[in-house]
Design a protein. Structure first.
Length: 187
């Protein structure tokens, strides 16, 4: 399998805050992408699909874009998102360390993934409801399933680092992010 430079494709990056932390979410798009309007729209629809399980403090702070073969990200239009519907009253301090990873494989065979923080699935983790660390489309038809359909069927196609379209799996992984857990331990 060939190795590809991190900047082999164009990238759209969302900046957001949730539960008092700053995060970014990066989507790869085809190398010949010149306009981000479609990507911003798709990301907004994706966030709408996840809105019921995103905490109310989920706030978009900006977006930027880097064309293929460049490491320079410049500000662009951020997606439109009305906000999350999850109550922070049920959040534990460790919920801010939990990330969902949406995973898949490109038509060229390379793996791809991105992470989303600020979901209310922390309660499911704490109570043991998610014993296998996977949230399937069948278990969560109003969030995970809708989001995966959006990823797979709405244009423009997201790509892996080999610049081939992604096929997203019918689940999202959930786990505590090691970096944030270490950060919390140091205080």
């Amino acid at each position: 399998m060939a190795d590809f430079a991190p900047n082999f494709t164009a990238r759209y990056r969302l900046k957001y805050t949730v539960l008092g932390r700053n995060h970014t979410m990066t989507w790869r798009v085809a190398s010949d992408t010149e306009t981000v309007t479609g990507v911003a729209s798709k990301m907004g629809l994706f966030l709408d699909d996840m809105a019921d399980v995103l905490y109310a403090s989920f706030t978009i702070t900006g977006a930027d874009f880097a064309p293929a073969d460049s490491d320079i990200f410049l500000p662009v239009t951020a997606p439109t998102f009305a906000g999350g519907g999850g109550s922070e009253g049920s959040a534990a301090s460790t919920d801010r360390d939990i990330a969902l990873s949406f995973v898949g494989r490109s038509t060229g065979g390379n793996k791809g993934r991105f992470f989303l923080y600020g979901t209310t699935f922390g309660l499911a983790v704490r109570t043991g409801t998610v014993a296998d660390w996977k949230l399937t489309s069948a278990e969560y038809p109003d969030s995970i399933s809708d989001a995966i359909v959006r990823l797979n069927e709405t244009s423009p196609a997201l790509v892996a680092n080999d610049d081939n379209p992604m096929v997203w799996y019918e689940y999202a992984n959930i786990k505590y992010n090691d970096r944030w857990v270490r950060h919390d331990r140091r205080g």
